[in-house]
Ligand binder design. Sequence first.
Ligand code: COI
Length: 356
Amino acid sequence: MPALTIARTTQPKPRVADPDLGFGQVFTDHMLVMDYTQGSGWQDGRIEPYGPLTLDPATLVLHYGQAVFEGFKAFRSSTGEVVLFRPRDHIARLNASGARLCIPALDEPFVLEALKRLVHLDADWVPRTFGCALYVRPLILATDPDLVVRPSRRYRFLTILSPVGAYYREGFRPVRILVSDRYVRAVRGGLGAAKTPANYAASLLAAEEAKAAGFTQVLWLDGTERTFVEEVGTMNIFFRLGDELVTPPLEGTILPGITRDCVIRLASHWGLKVSERRISIPEVIEAHARGNLLEVFGSGTAAVISPVSELVFRGKSLSIAQGRVGDWTQRLFDTLTGIQYGKMEDPFGWTVPVSP
Ligand code: COI
């Protein structure tokens, strides 16, 4: 296993009060850094003071986007204990994304230990307020300084930490969503299942146009027929149709969300009918017309559960749950956050303490 060295900062930064935290604006005192060179593999890890990178302007990632990242959270429980939420699943997904982008796999047990050390060192930055958390952002960049289009022979793995509040300005209030049939996020055989910057770059124009029209985000349809629902904004999507909870299946175009998995497992655990199946926009419209579209919500690490109050498709508005938060949406939010903040039992072993 690689070694880990720690160089503490001599200039700790000023803190920002929890109510003033936005999302990803403030960063802690330290970061984790690890380099890879072809032939030698991943080298020892270093925890260093947080600071800027020096990159050659020819650095491969800047030109061709060979990079993957992750996002997960550390929470402070009511007893003061700091826990990471499903870190092993996020590290495994980082490697799965890396495989799609020709990025060499990290040693998962080592990375988990290194991230625990990093969060433990900056544990005082973990917010104390419900709804706030410490966001952990691992990232791997291709660092070869040349312009040939091929997988890099050098990489840098970094992890930075950011105390965060709510992702959406609306918090847990229901949001309005525009169904996009003009732009698509991903196509079959493409990058949709990988957490890679290109997917987020591809989403920007649609999201900006939706925001200008008064919506919070877009609902993405499939890239071929523009009929089947895929994701909402940067989140996975769920529909409650009567007594069935439906979410699109993982067929390569959708990010295998960890919160998506939590929702499926919780709902199944409660005996609810959960279907991972294709769902088309005509089916959603028809269910709405029959009064069977009871709840819609997005799931993701950043916003956890985000209720949807309205979907607009080609000028047709579907109002959901009279703009209120539905029962299943509320129960899922309460249970997930209850487990994260240590207020409820964690029967699934999702939380991992950072203390040594
Ligand atoms: C999430 O829901 O966690 C995301 O993917 C958003 C993140 C890129 C800020």
